[in-house]
Design a protein. Structure first.
Length: 405
């Protein structure tokens, strides 16, 4: 009976020792930091807010730091913030670009590495910068946006039509109209690209300018007086240039698939053929003066009806001379035997009527025949013309020149 209490006492002591050992082991592996402990950034290790998701306390030293943060401020030359700025940050290693609006950008979750920055704002020169962004400390930079000026307006010929083949150059003191194609590409210039002749200059540094208008290489045809552009100024200008003859063609009944070509009579070629010894034609007969004269007709310009405006095609820059007209449509082709003359600075309008069958796809099994028994869609059909010559300056916006407003 005395041994039983002793046995129970041994069991209790063993249990107490086991409990103490288990608590000691738990304390030894407790991941909780001692009070006041901090990580590499000086942040409290007891705060879960600063740890990546799923990371245990005490393990921060062994992982990469948090994503980088980039702050960009747009300023003027005096250092003041520029409102309404568009920021764009593009990683040079590839990936999605970041965009922001306002006077500053603050990206908190971007990857480290080289980034290309760009800031743009209305009437200011854009600014760019390549920047090395690193994890840890915030990367900050400023982009300076300098003020700009601009010139806009219209460039038309004396008939009021757009001149798409000429340029407007903006020359500073000491600069001249470009004398070659390569130089013209380097010069600040604009070119009308719409039917109303409107153009807008690139951003210009405020200062003293004059406008030179003409071809991209060669002598300027027009030159303005000197004028001053101040910061953020937008100035309008109207440029009118005399540019040869103009022709307006109105082919009524033609489809959108039709094309209209001009044939120009080259007098020099005609004279050279007349000077040659006569040659026989396909029938073995000597060529007549009319056959010889046909050799002098050369295709000059071509336009498509799909580019017409209200059924009218405008040929704005033509050399004065004698012309004929050709029209090809889906179901037929037409050529005018009648000749017409285009004069310097006198607009000419050509009216003609295309038969309804010409814009229908021909039936090759049962084709429509002409008076000679030939299929109409294969042979050239006669095209009567109605020619009008308008008074000079009837369509013009004014005299030739450059008018700043």
């Amino acid at each position: 009976m005395q041994k039983r209490p002793l046995f129970l006492l041994v069991i209790l002591v063993a249990a107490a020792v086991a409990i103490l050992l288990s608590r000691s082991d738990a304390t030894k592996h407790d991941p909780r930091p001692a009070p006041g402990a901090t990580d590499l950034l000086g942040l409290p290790l007891s705060s879960q807010d600063f740890l990546p998701k799923g990371l245990a306390l005490g393990e921060r030293e062994n992982v990469a730091l948090s994503p980088a943060r980039l702050k960009v401020l747009a300023v003027d030359p005096q250092g003041a913030p520029v409102p309404a700025t568009t920021f764009l940050a593009t990683p040079e290693a590839g990936g999605e670009s970041r965009k922001a609006m306002g006077s500053f950008a603050d990206w908190r979750d971007i990857s480290s590495g080289q980034w290309q920055l760009e800031a743009t704002a209305e009437m200011r020169f854009p600014a760019t910068q390549s920047l090395d962004v690193q994890d840890g400390p915030i990367t900050e930079t400023q982009l300076e946006l300098r003020p700009a000026s601009q010139v806009y307006g219209t460039f038309l010929n004396t008939y009021g039509k757009s001149l798409n083949s000429v340029y407007v150059f903006f020359l500073k003191e000491g600069q001249e109209h470009p004398r070659g194609y390569k130089n013209s590409q380097a010069a600040l210039h604009a070119r009308p690209k719409s039917k109303d002749g409107s153009f807008t200059s690139p951003l210009l540094t405020p200062g003293r300018y004059r406008i030179s208008a003409g071809r991209a290489a060669g002598k300027s045809q027009l030159l303005s007086d000197w004028f001053e552009l101040s910061d953020f100024e937008r100035r309008s200008v109207q440029i009118v240039m005399e540019q040869g003859a103009m022709l307006e063609v109105v082919p009524r009944g033609a489809s959108e698939k039709a094309s209209v070509s001009l044939l120009y009579f080259d007098r020099g070629v005609a004279e050279s053929y007349r000077a040659r010894p006569p040659k026989p034609n396909k029938k073995g007969e000597l060529k007549t003066p009319e056959e010889i004269r046909e050799k002098a007709w050369k295709k000059f310009l071509k336009q498509k009806m799909k580019d017409s405006v209200d059924g009218k095609l405008i040929f704005p820059a033509m050399r004065p001379g004698v012309y004929r007209l050709e029209i090809k449509d889906v179901g037929g082709k037409f050529r005018s035997a009648q000749e017409f003359e285009v004069f310097q600075n006198k607009p000419v309008r050509i009216n003609c009527e295309i038969p309804s069958w010409a814009n229908e796809k021909p039936n090759k099994e049962k084709p429509l025949l002409d008076s000679n028994g030939e299929p109409r869609h294969k042979s050239w059909q006669a095209l009567p013309l109605d020619v009008e010559v308008w008074p000079a300056g009837m369509l013009g916006p004014g005299k030739e020149g450059i008018r700043l407003k």
